[in-house]
Write a protein that binds this ligand. Sequence first.
Ligand code: 5GP
Ligand code: MN
Length: 343
Amino acid sequence: MISAIIDENTIERLRVLINGVQRIAITCHKSPDGDALGSSLALCHVLRRLGKQAVVVTPDMAPKSLEFIPGVRELVVLTKHEARARRELTDAQLIFCLDYNSLHRIDRLGEIIAPLATKLVLIDHHLDPDESVFDVAISVPEASSTCELVFRVLMQMGLLRLVDRHAASCLYVGMLTDTGGFAYSCDNPEFYEVLAALMRRRFDRIGLYNKALNTFSENSLRLQGYAINEKMQIFPEHGCALITLDQEELTRFKYCRGDTETLVNKPLAIPEVYWSVFLREDVDRIKVSCRSQGDFSVSDICTRYFHGGGHQNAAGGELTCTMEEAVALIHQVLDELGIATKD
Ligand code: 5GP
Ligand code: MN
């Protein structure tokens, strides 16, 4: 049995809000990942089947590697369709905020949304949501993914009949990618009951699995091989691995967004490594990605040192400094954490 974990009053308020409007915009975080896109596109599809005029507006483009998610081509992307994105948000009578916990996570989209009087509905699984901003806040940090939460919201609203193969495909991708291929954040047995319910929609499970986790361009695969072979440093006394890639290296391998999406997970294959850091130099900042196993919280580390956050085993942040300074900061973090004891 999948329990009704969301407060019934919250579900009722959401039902009233949805019933009272026609135009709905759905937003997700910048550099959208499988969960952000999957949850937004699934909800959009279901709302359309309910007779609503729904649209997904994103701060920036989906990576090429996620273009297989059904509906991605219909995204209204702020950096590409500025006027249309603004219009969709200002004309919307209700705005959903999926897979982010604060308007800071949606870049300039936040500046457009903040002054609007439109009601905002949060559905998210990140820690510490900025609840004051949202009119309805469904925040469940224990949930595997926002996709799982969207399923639960639809279930409690009695709308599961509208979850067809298309919506199930989108939700599956988010549950798959946000758990690193069902590796972490999926200890709740009900996670698999949600999956089972989706499986009954008969989507192409193997095809989606391969596209989501096992498909890379030649450049991407060579870049990852280079990164692991030549750039991975192991600090066994700290149980830590570090990979850095600077602009010159990324250019050399014709880097496209998404090409290094799962790279940070790879060092966790080494038994001595239980947390992994990846620093990628963007034009104006260093993007930090962290993954861990077990009780070690990279979310705490990313909040404390990298102006970011996330989840216990998967988190990230940003630094506005040089790569040398970022690496020095990692060494400082290791010094401050001291010698690791695995438990
Ligand atoms: P990734 O390493 O795949 O970019 O992100 C892993 C997790 O950390 C995701 O859940 C993502 O939402 C969160 N995250 C990544 N970057 C940031 C950031 O700059 N700020 C915050 N607050 N969370 C982040
Ligand atoms: Mn997520």
